[in-house]
Design a protein. Structure first.
Lengths: 441, 166
């Protein structure tokens, strides 16, 4: 090849819609032959104005939108957002709800990692592993469906707790799903870990150094694959993570293969955490406090317009309908009537419950955290997922900032691709696990 | 782990970030902005913004022990944006490139001493900065096509919402 032909470079667009790029993103590659000289990413194709909408609706109404941030691990987003609001409003969450949040977050982390490993393998030619892993993911989605009524749009948490307690047979269902996940991970491990093609495509490609990772603010499995054992759950334990035993798997070289191994190992650790949560889950509903106001008295006061203090009191519900006394909420919602919805049985079964319900959901009422700001970081599927919330004392946020871990991974993508072959772009991009919903918000 | 929160005058911002980096803060965790226009209206809460100031930049730095993965400290720097644009910290932390672009895109707060300041989440033809408090949430702009093309009527989520309290 002549010197002249060697030095000629050209520009190649990958995306926004490209079969090997899951998610809408445009990569602009400057190529010389098959060698990538420079790379640049253009993002924003899935921008949905999450942060603007979060300022316009009451605090609890933002939760369904958090599902759509990282849509392969929505339960972690749900938990992260409400924890930031609770930090601001200083709401103490019952222990049972904390355990449920931890358990569901970990189930979500497994679905995230299964998707990433599966999609990465598929893009490198191993369609079988993809199908197996997604089948296992489907088992977990079925568990999530049973818990929240939706596979992906979970909206499971509420400010002050979680939407409802888990079904009685849920732990058994999850354990059965874990058996399936374990055998599938073993299969995938057998199909990929020692697979010559897979190793050739991933070993030594997309290498991320420790220094680059820190300089770009990269966290999560990508940082851990370089050998830095930073995990928010371990470094700054939130919820009940300080009471759970788990390991933080790390890699050595920071290449695509190490990221794959780290994710595979984390699946097992997450399953360990969920099993511990089920073993430690404190049971038994919490009884209404002794000074609860009888429902009949509250109705009388309400009729005379003396509603000022009503929001702050707890109601002892009369058994006005079957099941009216039974409540699914105590134990999983904070006992703060001015910020949490009453159980549905109460809302439908008594006028007091209905009033309390409306006090929370009506525009201009509801949760009003004091003016101030709070930052809460949780370990998302891709790293430190931070929520920075600012309140001016009204029923809706003044500002909600999401620190999406993907954003930082993508900002460093050009460093990983520089000097790589065109085919490595697919392997590297897959192992970054970009989720456009979270990246573009 | 220690957490600290400080307010830095804009002129000293970059120097303070450099100082923190030199003293061990090895990660810029986040950089964002808050618009305080009309903060606390209708409540007893006064806006924390000084006279004539509107935007607050929030820098989050972290000192991470790379051997153990422990967070030694987190530092939050607040800085009120003045007439002159703040100086970019891109030379200290390369991820500030995208973060500063996002702040400019969403709030219109520009940064001095850096190249390539362009929109990141919105498209180039977009007019205005959407996370500013005076940018109406219902405002629609044409997504594709020339700016002088015919305006399209669109149904918005607000059209479907019961109009009890507006």
């Amino acid at each position: 090849m002549s010197q002249q032909a060697e030095s000629r470079s050209y520009m190649l667009n990958m995306g926004p819609a490209h079969p090997a790029m899951h998610g809408v993103i445009r990569l602009m590659l400057k190529l010389s032959g098959e060698r990538v000289l420079e790379a640049d990413a253009e993002i924003g194709y899935l921008h949905r104005a999450f942060e603007k909408h979060a300022e316009a609706d009451p605090w609890n109404n933002v939760i369904p939108w958090t599902d759509r941030l990282n849509y392969v691990s929505p339960l972690i987003n749900n938990a992260g957002y409400v924890m930031a609001v609770e930090k601001l409003a200083k709401i103490q969450v019952p222990e049972r709800a904390e355990y449920l949040r931890a358990a569901t977050s970990e189930v979500s982390r497994i679905t995230d990692h299964l998707t990433c490993v599966g999609a990465n393998a598929m893009e490198l030619g191993s369609f079988t592993a993809f199908l197996y892993l997604l089948q296992a993911r489907e088992e977990l989605y079925r568990c999530i469906d049973k818990l929240c009524g939706a596979r992906v749009t979970t909206s499971y948490t509420r400010v002050g707790g979680v939407k409802g307690d888990m079904p009685a047979d849920w732990p058994d269902m999850v354990r059965a799903a874990f058996a399936k996940v374990r055998s599938t991970v073993k299969d995938a491990d057998g199909l990929l870990t020692k697979n010559r093609i897979f190793i050739d495509r991933t070993r030594g490609t997309g290498v991320l150094s420790k220094e680059t990772a820190l300089a770009y603010g990269i966290t999560g499995p990508m940082l851990r694959s370089t050998g830095v054992p930073y995990d928010v759950r371990r470094a700054e334990p939130y919820g009940v993570y300080d009471r759970l035993e788990f390991e933080v798997p790390v890699g050595e070289t920071g290449d695509n293969y190490d990221r794959y191994l780290v994710r595979l190992a984390e699946i097992e650790q997450s399953m360990r955490i969920v099993e511990q949560c089920f073993a430690k889950l404190p049971g038994g509903p919490i009884q209404a406090p002794d000074d609860a106001m009888p429902g009949s008295k509250m109705a009388d006061l309400g009729k005379r317009g003396m509603t000022a203090e009503m929001l702050k009191t707890t109601v002892a519900v009369d058994p006005v309908m079957e099941g009216g006394q039974r409540s699914c909420h105590p134990g999983v919602m904070a006992p703060t009537p001015d910020s949490t919805l009453p159980p549905k049985e109460e809302a439908y079964g008594s006028i007091e419950g209905l009033m309390r319900h409306f006090e929370i959901i009506m525009w201009g009422r509801g949760i009003t955290p004091p003016a101030g700001e709070a930052y809460q970081a949780v370990e998302g599927g891709n790293g430190e997922l931070g929520f920075h919330v600012v309140s001016d004392g009204k029923d809706r946020a003044w500002r909600v900032r999401v620190r999406p871990p993907c954003f930082f991974n993508m900002a460093a993508l050009h460093e990983l691709l520089k000097g790589a072959l065109l085919a490595d772009v697919v392997a590297t991009f897959g192992s970054i696990n970009m989720i456009a919903g979270e990246l573009d918000r | 782990m220690s957490e600290s929160h400080e307010t830095v005058p804009q002129a000293a911002l970059k120097a303070r970030v450099a100082e923190l980096k030199a003293s061990g803060c090895n990660m810029l965790v986040d950089l964002t902005c808050v618009d305080f226009l009309g903060f606390g209206a209708g409540t007893k809460n006064a806006s924390p913004a000084p006279e004539g100031r509107r935007y607050k930049l929030v820098y989050r730095l972290m000192e991470l022990d790379t051997a153990t993965g422990a967070v030694k400290r987190r530092v939050t720097l607040d800085s009120w944006v003045e007439e002159q644009p703040p100086v970019s910290v891109m030379s200290l932390f390369p991820n500030a490139d995208w973060l500063e672009r996002e702040v400019w895109d969403m709030f219109g707060v520009t940064f001095a001493d850096r190249p390539n300041m362009k929109r990141i989440l919105m498209y180039p033809e977009f007019v205005g900065h959407p996370l500013r408090k005076d940018y109406p949430i219902k405002k629609r702009q044409p997504l594709i096509g020339p700016a002088d093309g015919p305006a399209r009527e669109r149904m918005t989520a607000a059209d479907l919402r019961p109009r009890l309290i507006e």
